[in-house]
Design a protein around this ligand. Structure first.
Ligand code: ADP
Length: 589
């Protein structure tokens, strides 16, 4: 009897359940064809098309995406894996969760249009090739991280005579936070300031940055080199700075250069092209995991995990340029418990604090780790930094709460503004501006996709009267009207009597009006590994760790408890260049 049951079960297993992997057409509900589906990404809709043949996804492409370059390529990675496995059961691209999920949502939408669902796909086994190959390589300089600081450091090392420089980058794309930033660069004493009659100096800039309590020796280097390095970015790298300046909170004067397109794309595209021209190899999808030291404690290389292989790179110098830890909630909470997972992040995928952890493991001292900066004006649901906010940086907005009242100076530091917004009803606030001001600030020209998406989803509204715009957004209309009347009287009198707003004051009296809803999100981590002015990493005994250098957001001590807008780009260029020059000099010795 028992044997009979086993036999029946075997017959059932053989013929009754599922179907052979080759015979896909017979069971699939999916109709052959090419379909277009939509998912909601970080910056808006992600449109994907896929082609189905005999129950199998045989092709796919991204039709339209508003995701920033780096994130957008997460869609390609997902598509590649979905097609290879004929399944939606694929890994999310690390750090690009929203884009990955949007891509999968769009594919599901396609499958539904084809008359079925993911249950109709028969999964193909993809080469689980077993153990990964271990590749050992020797280089003169290994740069970890292909964001702004890493690319600059590699280029400068090469320019100063290092023949063999390699950059390893954990993500499938270069750029890091630099790519998705506005990429303005503070440059005191620049030609545009001269033309506008703005008096500025390295000393004044030094004082502005030092207010936050950074290391005076590092801030001095930053202040003395920012102007010259902004010219290097133009002359050597080909970055175009437009003929206008931006005024960021906390600076005494307007001094920040703006790249073409008001985005980091201008910097990263040109830095990447330059690095390639110089023959610098950039190994993507390769995450550094551990620094290799010799018996004396000197860094002599780095271990890394690639997609298809593991690596051990030996090197005369390792430059850490892995950025901060804005996406690493565990690390955030360790150093500042208030910045928990209820707070979104503006950061690019891959910014997880890896370099800080690796450096600490070989004895590096960490400084200012508790200082985590929130950016005040971000998308209330995704945390993406909102570029409509450029209008504020040109001085032409006022900020109100749900009650329609101003509560903070619009050009205060990011920290003060973010904390002030957190205190308001719903921990959100609203920026009021005229459509004309948005046009003048280049928002419609440079950030149209963002504007469209915010409008479609009700985070940005437009109307011909202040009452109407307030009502559309759920802000108290009577109070808003009164606030604007008072504001305009301050403009006429030449002084903001409530918050003493700095810079030129603009009336808000021309329809149509825009009202933008926003919330703060984690933006920059000021703390990181301790460096000296030549970018050597310093250990907890105050000594140099031979062979280890660091530049950019991975380091601490420059921005103290608050990084001023446009000083991050100055930081990565100034210290990225110094890192490249220092390693070139020291390995030649
Ligand atoms: P910075 O502004 O200091 O240049 P970015 O955020 O622009 O920093 O760039 C940091 C880069 O480092 C990002 O491209 C990120 O993906 C990369 N990165 C982070 N961790 C690792 C790692 N473990 N291995 C390789 N690259 C990394």
């Amino acid at each position: 009897m028992k044997r009979f049951v086993v036999l029946l079960l075997s017959i059932f297993l053989l013929f009754g359940c599922g179907s052979p992997a080759t015979d896909t057409s017979s069971t699939s509900n999916l109709t052959d064809g090419t379909y277009e589906g939509v998912g909601q990404g970080k910056n808006g809709d992600v449109k994907i098309s896929i082609t189905i043949e005999n129950g199998e996804i045989v092709d796919g492409k991204v039709v339209e995406t508003k995701e920033t370059a780096g994130y957008a390529s997460a869609s390609d990675v997902i598509l590649e894996n979905v097609i290879a496995s004929n399944s939606l059961d694929v890994d999310i691209v690390t750090g690009s969760t929203m884009t990955s999920e949007a891509t999968l949502e769009a594919i599901k939408d396609c499958l539904a249009q084809a008359g079925g669902s993911e249950a109709d796909l028969i999964k193909k086994e993809v080469g689980e090739a077993g153990k990964k190959e271990l590749i050992t390589e020797e280089h003169q300089v290994v740069v970890v991280g292909a964001g702004g600081a890493g690319l600059v450091a590699a280029i400068e090392a090469k320019n100063h005579g290092v023949e063999d420089v390699i950059i390893i980058e954990k993500m499938p794309f270069v750029g890091g936070n630099t790519l998705i930033s506005g990429a303005e660069m503070a440059a005191p004493g620049n030609h545009l300031q001269e033309a506008e009659g703005i008096e500025d100096s390295a000393d004044l800039y030094y004082e502005d940055v030092l207010v936050a309590g950074g290391d005076p020796a590092l801030v001095r280097v930053l202040a003395d080199n920012s102007l010259e390095d902004s010219k290097w970015m133009a002359d050597e790298i080909g970055v175009i700075w437009i003929d206008e300046l931006m005024f960021f909170g906390g600076h005494t004067v307007k001094r920040s250069l703006i790249p073409l397109g008001n985005r980091g794309t201008e910097l990263i595209t040109k830095l990447e092209a330059k690095a390639k021209d110089l023959g610098i190899k950039i190994l993507l999808n390769t995450a550094a995991t551990e620094l290799i030291t010799d018996d004396s404690g000197a860094v002599v290389g780095v271990k890394a995990e690639g997609k298809d292989a593991d690596y051990e790179f030996s090197a005369k110098a390792v430059i850490l340029a892995t950025g901060g830890f804005g996406n690493n909630v565990e690390m955030r909470v360790k150093y500042d418990p208030s910045v928990d997972d209820s707070i979104l992040s503006t950061n690019a995928a891959g910014i997880d604090g890896d370099g800080i952890v690796m450096a600490e493991a070989v004895g590096a001292d960490l400084v200012d780790m508790e200082y985590i900066q929130l950016y005040p004006v971000c998308h209330p649901e995704t945390g993406a930094l909102l570029y409509v906010d450029d209008v504020r940086l040109f001085g032409a907005t006022i900020i109100v709460n749900e009650e329609g009242e101003r509560f903070v100076e619009e050009l205060e530091t990011r920290y003060v503004m973010s904390m002030a917004v957190k205190e308001q009803t719903g921990s959100v606030a609203y920026e009021l501006m005229t459509l004309q001001a948005a046009i003048d600030a280049g928002v419609l020209e440079n950030h149209k996709a963002e504007v469209d998406d915010l409008m479609e989803n009700g985070f940005l509204v437009q109307a011909d009267t202040l009452e109407e715009v307030a009502e559309l957004m759920g802000v108290d209309p009577d109070n808003l009207v009164a606030t604007v009347e008072k504001w305009n009287s301050y403009v006429d009198g030449g002084k903001d009597l409530d918050f003493n707003k700095r810079g030129k004051l603009f009336r808000i009296d021309e329809a149509p009006y825009w009202l933008l809803k926003f919330a703060p999100a984690v933006h920059h981590t000021m703390g990181g590994v301790k460096i000296d002015p030549s970018t050597h990493v310093i250990n907890t005994e105050g000594e140099i760790i031979p062979g280890l250098y660091a530049a950019g957001e991975v380091t601490g001590g420059i921005h103290g408890n608050n990084r001023l807008g446009s000083v991050a780009i100055a930081d990565i260029v100034v210290f990225g260049r110094i890192a490249g020059q220092t390693v070139a000099k020291e390995i030649a010795e």
